[in-house]
Design a protein around this ligand. Sequence first.
Ligand SMILES: [Zn+2]
Length: 455
Amino acid sequence: MAIMAGKILISLSRRLGNQGTDFPGRVARKIYPGILKELAANIEEEIFIVTGTNGKTTTSNMIAAILKEKGYSLVHNSAGANMLTGVTTAFIQASDIWGRNSFDYALLEVDEAYVPLLIKETRPRVVIITNFFRDQLDRYGELDHTINLIKDGVRNTEIELVLNGDDPLITHFQHDTGLHCWYYGFENTIYDSLESEESREGRYCVFCGEELEYSRYHYAQLGQFNCPRCRNQNPRLNFTGRGLKMTPFIQMKVNDLAISSPYQGFYNAYNILAAVSAARLVGIEDHIIQKAIAGYQPRAGRMENFIINGKRAVLILVKNPTGLNQTLSTLLYDQQSKNLFMALNDNAADGRDISWIWDADVEVLAQEKARIMQVVCSGLRSGDMAVRIKYSGIDSQLISIKSSLEEGIRATTAGPGEVSYILSTYTALFDCQKILSKMQQDEVGRSSVVRQMQA
Ligand SMILES: [Zn+2]
């Protein structure tokens, strides 16, 4: 009955065009609280959990793409519904009405706060942690609390951890849990800096509290660190990213395996590295990994590309200072001249407190090499965004405010830059995507009419 109710609600909410898929799972769990535990028992190989502050969705989608390329069947909460209820919905959707379908793998993107509960109900074999950054503090309290929550969740299990070895906030998991850990990270890249300009989380050693020394930063607190007092330093890497190039699309080697991807930005290079590491752990062949990553196209807000007015427009979700910093540095790697659009909302899902825009290093926009031709600020807090941009030191004549998303996006893509970057917080993202898709379709429609007329 729980599966039936869930399936009906899934089809209803689809028909209503809802993006969120928590509700069917919530109702099903009310009817039968043991539903997830039972459906999770249908996974024949392994259950993977992907968690961490940034990069969960992209990393888990990439692993899913690799497993599918290999021909495995899987349960995957690809809609970004990453709480217990959303995961339940994904299992109901994949299951037959009797709950008897079996699958090779489950790949679950999970919000940090729900990791302990999900581990109890699904008994995963591998937990992948991408990184820890400050994200909507008002929702979960301190970052330390989140980290401890996950640590307690994996303690006393047989789980293997796949960890970002460049993040000093993650490296103590092995020490504190005794679990087997696999590490991924980057060796030196041409994008590293010797000084950190950003606000960073992992400034102090997690063991002794001493300030960490860094020989280089990849970005934020991710880099090559050591503690001058105790022996805390980067662990030995099992999966090493080498020769990273972003021109603007990512090329690198993971150990000896050459990888290229249509994604941009250092944080996506980390996502790819995490995905390739996980795939290698389960023994997927190199050519399958290469093909899946090369063919994996960005989704909504994760560097999704559109062609409008014959030029590229890139849609990017930003939700915290680190994410915004990464997006801005991606802009710097791209040498084309740019139109920039920034939609800032302050609905509950965005985080009510928008002060985080002041923590991000927006000043880089004023650098000459950023080649910003215009900035359009939009969304419910467009004025605040415009003030923030103005204080970056950019020529204020380049900044305008259009509170309507559509007007703003039209003004942006009509701008003088060779490429448009469309940045948006969560609750404006899907509207921005709809507007961009429609503009792209209209353009395809127009050009096919022209082609027909020419014919
Ligand atoms: Zn120390």
